[in-house]
Design a binder for this molecule. Structure first.
Ligand code: ATP
Length: 208
């Protein structure tokens, strides 16, 4: 008799400031979707820091809207405001717990991080638990040594290894903010719809 059990949903969790979202993020998310056969990739937008906001950090509501515009044409991509809705600092361990509660136990989570973020992971809250709650997917980033992954291995469940995506899109949100602030073009580094919204809202010095 054929089994009627539904296969587990496979959900990528891609967190960041997305300040603003750019082609590097989109390429990483798409590469992860295809390579890991993900049903969804959630772009989890980091909240505003509770006390003072960094001058270069656009409000979370704007960053979230920009993500929605950037991913509108990909039915597997979804913007997630789970961290924006919670007061105080956001810890990945709490975000994964909230997502597990929302998506149900039959969901398998994949945590997608850029190689630069891997170095910070040992300092995260409960990194071992994070690495048990989701499979780790690391996106290669130009200028980062593959040996930087070694620091993670002692924190990972036995015999687990990160999946490494060979993406090499040399673009960062810092570069985009700098270009916009100098009045230079960021076209083709950021989707057109996102650039339009940035200009209309006067974000990143475009209104000056
Ligand atoms: P900033 O320049 O402001 O530090 P960023 O471009 O690194 O920003 P974030 O929103 O901080 O963007 O990144 C979210 C996640 O995406 C992080 O895990 C980061 O490592 C990863 N990421 C961002 N850009 C790239 C890229 N070009 N290639 C691979 N990973 C990336």
């Amino acid at each position: 008799m054929p089994s009627t059990r539904k296969p587990a949903l496979r959900v990528g969790v891609f967190g960041g400031s997305f300040n603003p979202v750019h082609l590097g993020h989109l390429v990483v998310a798409e590469e992860a979707r295809v390579r890991l056969r993900l049903d969804r990739v959630l772009f989890v937008v980091a909240a505003d820091p509770p006390h003072k906001r960094k001058a270069t950090l656009a409000p979370a509501a704007d960053r979230y809207d920009l993500v929605r515009l950037a991913i509108a044409e990909n039915p597997a991509f979804e913007a997630c405001d789970a961290e924006m809705a919670r007061p105080g600092p956001s810890y990945t361990v709490e975000t994964l717990a909230a997502l597990r509660a929302a998506w149900g136990r039959g969901t398998k989570f994949f945590l997608i991080v850029g190689q630069d973020s891997v170095a910070d992971m040992p300092g995260w809250r409960e990194p071992r638990k994070v690495l048990r709650m989701a499979e780790l997917v690391v996106a290669g980033r130009a200028g980062y040594d593959p040996a930087s992954l070694d620091a993670l291995l002692p924190l990972m469940p036995r015999s687990a290894r990160p999946v490494v995506l060979q993406t090499r899109v040399v673009v960062s949100a810092t570069e985009i903010r700098d270009r916009l602030a100098r009045g230079e073009s960021a076209r083709y580094l950021v989707p057109d719809a996102v650039l339009g919204a940035i200009a209309r809202r006067g974000l990143y010095g475009t209104g000056a």
